[in-house]
Design a protein around this ligand. Structure first.
Ligand SMILES: Cc1ncc(CO)c(N)n1
Length: 210
């Protein structure tokens, strides 16, 4: 089995709990409560800041120009289409500037930020990939479970389509192949980061209903 398949299998129960979570089921049905969606987006925008830094670290640590180009194109999408999605959602939900910029962080958001900081500061390409494979692979997984027409509200519909489109599918497949190619040299460290990422993803969704 490949490294990514082995890691995924080792954390199958936690992965499934996140990928089939009540939040993503309600999101795909277009029925998620507006206060829950607001709470999610406010915390996730703080995730995004560190996520952009992690992508920058992966770009710097990557072992070739082809990988740097690929990661840079993804980073360009995050800092354009995805960032404006948050801004338009915050406008629609009436989220004030202070809460967009500097909200009270949940323990899980702090944990995700610390995980990304640690991976970024390792200056290790495979360690950055181990975290990215979970974040992007898990979001592709739940978004691909959506069937039928997209929900009517853009806040729901765009969050699904941002995570299930040909560009994103292709990118996640490439991330997995990169981790399989480079991860075996640092397998224990990659496995530890992968495990923490899956657990935090699940908690991030659980928090919304706590
Ligand atoms: C917490 C979290 N994980 C993964 C993604 C996908 O990038 C996201 N937006 N937020």
């Amino acid at each position: 089995m490949s490294l990514t398949a082995t890691l995924r299998a080792a954390h199958a129960a936690e992965w499934e709990a996140a990928a089939a979570h009540r939040f993503v089921r309600e999101l795909c049905a277009g029925t998620v409560d507006a206060a829950v969606m607001r709470r999610y987006l406010v915390q996730d925008y703080q995730f995004l800041d560190r996520f952009v830094a992690l992508l920058g670290a992966a770009i710097a640590a990557a072992d070739g120009f082809a990988a740097r180009l690929r990661l840079s194109r993804f980073l360009a999408m995050i800092t354009s289409d995805e960032n404006t999605y948050f801004q338009r959602s915050f406008d629609t939900l009436g989220v004030p500037a202070a809460e967009r910029r500097n909200p009270a962080l949940s323990g899980t958001t702090i944990g995700l930020q610390a995980l990304m900081k640690e991976a970024a500061e390792s200056r290790s390409y495979p360690r950055c990939l181990a975290v990215l494979v979970v974040f992007e692979g898990l979001y592709l997984d739940w978004a691909q479970r959506h069937a039928g027409p997209l929900p009517p509200e853009f806040i729901h519909a765009e969050w699904i389509s941002l995570h299930n489109n040909p560009f994103f599918q292709d990118f996640v497949g490439w991330l997995r192949a990169e981790l399989d190619r480079t991860g075996p040299a640092e397998e224990a460290a990659c496995a530890a980061l992968f495990a923490r990422a899956v657990a935090l993803e699940r908690r991030f969704f659980d928090d919304l209903y706590a």
